[in-house]
Every structure is written in structure tokens, then in C-alpha cells.
Ligand binder design. Structure first.
Ligand code: ZN
Length: 449
């Protein structure tokens, strides 16, 4: 078996892993490169392989940096199937349509190219074959794969591939510990010949997760006391639903927060929430108990859902204090930009960052202390409070990655989906602590397993 990487090697976005068995090529994920531009130039470069020659594509989860180039595979001749869990398939369709919408908007406001059209998306969706966790599935007479719950976002999986007596595991993105709604990350299988593992936070420790609600409560209480707008740029899948779930806890169930207007200003998040409601069998025990007791997990008094642009514009007329949760999560597009334009310069307002911010994105620039910043072509001073909270991250921190990998002791670990320096730190830790042969993944290099 051979392994090679055509994205997320030395960087966090653009996941695209290939494995080859007796000349047959398979992909795990094919995501978009993301940075300052929504549609980075690298997405428009031809694939370094011929998509028509692929024999199968497995999708770990519905995040744009893992699925954003799937329509390009079809557009460039791929005729096979896409394998994923049922929620991943449904969320992928929402995500691709939203990406197309953003690309068309950017195209009409400055001429940025559009990668694919709705026909390409429809072709991807027609070819999805859904597979549940733990269902061993045949890709070819000699290649099998099994999906396992990785606890990163709803429906997310790590992939165990077995072929010719070898076992490779692709982690996809590994979930944080004790995430609301989601089940815990399953343990890795034994006897792994090679583990391809993400390393987004391979150098960092998150705040203790048991303190998640307390930290959030303190941050939000202070922001409300300032009387301004609390902006939360949020990824439409998972972070938003978790945040709404936590806010529901703080406002309604525990009554620890004053009832201020909370706007969920993301049409995509609203649609994604409907997918969550459709698959309760994917909930963890706590969420399932609440659901069975009649609790509406993602809705509570004070929550205002603004689906149309007109409804969204009305947020401006609501006096503070108020909370606005809007995409995109890294502030490189979406409705959050309209709020940023209005409130970044407001000393009474707060920007709360709850997810990873890739290099070059507006969110990263603000987090790094840059001011003024460019928002939709305008220079805006950052006078508001800027806060970040790692406990709400979708990704495992260094401690969780080390214990997850260390328990399984794979023969080899290749670290992708991390900035190079971060992957190197995690590789060294794996060598020092567990004597595991670990190294960052390199773009394009073929490795024999
Ligand atoms: Zn992800």
C-alpha cells in the first residue's frame, strides 16, 4: 500500500489523502484550501493526479476543508462513488451549495472565479453511498474500510482501511474532549501500520472542558455588562449548534444569564440544525436524555433565527446588549462581515473567537492584534474587546492527541492538517513519549507502507 498527500500537508486546510493498492487509487477527503480569499488560488490549480483514475473516495466529515473540492473531482472525470455517514452526506450538500452561493456572490462583486456549478454538486450527491459507523465496507475485492465515530462534528468519522494484510487509519479531524451532543472519540484499533493524523492543535492545550460553561458564562456576562454587541463568528456545523446548546443551558435551564436577544444569523447553520434533529441516534447520552424529556435542544426563548437578509438587517436596529452568532467561522466571508464592519470599532462590543483561525483570514489577523483591518474593502479599527476560548474548539488538543495515539501505538504516524512547525512539535512528542516513528506529512511524496 502506498500513501501520498495532496493537501493539508504543512498547513491546516485542503485535506486530500491518497492511498494506492495494487495500482488502484483511492482518496480520503478532497477539501478546499482556505485563507484570506474564500476561494484561494490553489483550489484552481489542476489536481496532481487524474481524478478519472480514482477507484473510490471516502469522506470523513462535512467541513469545507475536507469536502470543498469534491465537485471538482466529478468535473474532472471522476465517475465513482463517495462514501460517508448519512449526516455527513446531507451536511456536505448544504455546505457545497453554500460555498457555491459565496463564490457566485464574490464573482459578481469583483470577478473572483467560481470553481463549479450546481450540476457538479448534484452529480456528487447522486454518487454518495452512505455507510454507518462500524459497517465494514468493500471498496474493491482486496480493499475494505470501516468508519468510526471521531467526535469532531456531527457524523464525523475516522477511517480504518484494510488491504493486503496492512492497516492504515486516517483520523480526519479528531474531536475535542467531552463535546456537548457528540459521542466521545472512539479508540483507535490495534495493529495500525500507518496512522495519518491531524495536528491542528498539536502544540496547544485547551482550557479544561469541564470549565467550558463557566468560562463562557464569564465572557458573555462581561460582554453583556458592557452593553454592546457580542459577535461570535461561528462554523455553521457543530460550533454553532454547541454554542446554542450551551446558551440554552445558561439562559433557560440554569437561568445564569440575563435574557438578552440572541440572533442566530446564519441560514446554513439553521439548515444544518434540521439535520441534527433528523439523526438523534448520533447524540450522546446527555443530549438524548434531554431530547426524550421534551427539551428542544436548539431553541429557547430569546433566540431569534434570522434566515432572510431582511431579517438579518433588522439586527442592526436592536439596541445592545445583544449576541450575534454568524458565519463564517474564520471571518473570510458570510454575514459576520456585516456585523464586523459595524461593531469592530465599537468599544462597548466584543468579538469572541471560538474556533481555529487559518493564516491569512480576517479572524486570525484580529486575533493576532492587527488594527486597522480590511473588512469588505473598508479599513476598520479594532476597538472592541477580542476574546478567544479554546474549550469550544472542534479539535483535540495536544494532550488528547497524545493519549489517543499513544494507547494504540501505531507503527508509523504521519501528521497532516497542521502548520508545519506544529506538526513537528507533535511528532517530537510522539517520539519522546511513546517511541513512535512520527513525522509531518509532505505534499506529493509517495510513502510505501
Ligand atoms: Zn473539520
Amino acid at each position: 500500500m502506498k500513501l501520498s498527500f495532496y493537501g493539508a500537508a504543512g498547513e491546516v486546510t485542503g485535506s486530500c489523502n491518497m492511498f494506492t493498492v495494487e495500482g488502484k487509487k483511492f482518496l480520503v477527503d478532497c477539501g478546499m484550501f482556505q485563507g484570506a480569499q474564500f476561494n484561494e488560488e490553489k483550489n484552481r490549480e489542476p489536481f496532481p493526479f487524474n481524478p478519472a483514475e480514482l477507484s473510490g473516495v471516502i469522506v470523513t466529515h462535512a467541513h469545507l476543508d475536507h469536502v470543498g473540492r469534491l465537485p471538482l473531482l466529478v468535473k474532472n472525470g471522476y465517475e465513482g462513488s463517495f462514501f460517508a455517514t448519512p449526516p455527513t452526506a446531507e451536511l456536505t450538500e448544504l455546505l457545497l451549495q453554500d460555498a457555491l452561493h459565496i463564490m457566485l456572490y464574490n464573482h459578481s462583486h469583483g470577478g473572483a472565479p467560481v470553481l463549479y456549478d450546481s450540476t457538479d454538486i448534484a452529480k456528487v450527491m447522486e454518487r454518495f453511498k452512505t455507510v454507518d459507523y462500524k459497517e465494514k465496507t468493500k471498496l474493491s475485492p482486496e480493499v475494505f474500510f470501516t468508519l468510526h465515530d471521531v467526535g469532531h462534528i456531527f457524523g464525523s468519522a475516522f477511517v480504518e482501511v484494510e488491504a493486503g494484510g496492512k492497516k492504515i487509519v486516517f483520523s480526519g479531524d479528531v474531536g475535542n474532549a467531552n463535546v456537548p451532543i457528540l459521542k466521545d472519540t472512539e479508540s483507535l484499533p490495534k495493529d495500525i501500520d500507518a496512522l495519518v493524523c491531524e495536528s491542528t492543535y498539536g502544540n496547544r492545550l485547551h482550557e479544561t472542558v469541564t470549565k467550558r460553561s463557566e468560562i463562557l458564562l464569564e465572557l458573555i456576562s462581561k460582554a453583556i455588562a458592557r452593553g454592546g454587541t457580542l459577535m461570535v463568528p461561528s462554523f455553521s456545523f457543530e460550533r454553532t449548534q454547541e454554542l446554542i446548546y450551551e446558551l440554552n443551558n445558561l439562559v433557560d435551564r440554569k437561568k445564569l444569564l440575563p435574557r438578552v436577544p440572541i440572533f442566530l444569523d446564519s441560514p446554513l447553520a439553521i439548515k444544518a440544525t434540521r439535520v441534527y434533529l433528523k439523526y438523534p441516534e448520533y447524540y450522546d447520552r446527555e443530549a438524548e436524555v434531554l431530547r426524550k424529556s421534551g427539551d428542544d435542544l436548539f431553541d429557547f426563548p430569546g433566540l431569534v433565527i434570522t434566515e432572510t437578509p431582511e431579517e438579518s438587517k433588522k439586527i442592526n436596529h436592536t439596541p445592545g446588549p445583544k449576541i450575534v452568532v454568524a458565519g463564517s467561522g474564520m471571518m473570510n466571508g458570510g454575514r459576520i462581515l456585516h456585523h464586523a464592519l459595524r461593531y469592530l470599532s465599537d468599544e462597548k462590543s466584543t468579538l469572541l473567537i471560538i474556533g481555529f483561525q487559518a493564516e491569512g483570514t480576517l479572524g486570525r489577523k484580529i486575533l493576532d492584534g492587527q488594527t486597522p483591518v480590511d473588512v469588505m474593502g473598508e479599513k476598520v479599527r479594532v476597538n472592541c474587546q477580542v476574546k478567544s476560548i479554546g474549550a469550544l474548539s472542534a479539535h483535540a488538543d495536544q494532550e488528547k492527541l497524545l493519549s489517543w495515539i499513544g494507547k494504540a501505538k501505531p507503527k508509523k504516524v504521519l501528521l497532516n492538517h497542521g502548520e508545519k512547525s506544529v506538526s513537528e512539535i507533535l511528532a517530537k512528542k510522539l517520539k519522546d513519549d511513546f517511541d513512535i516513528d512520527a513525522a509531518p506529512a509532505d505534499f506529493g511524496t509517495e510513502i510505501e507502507i
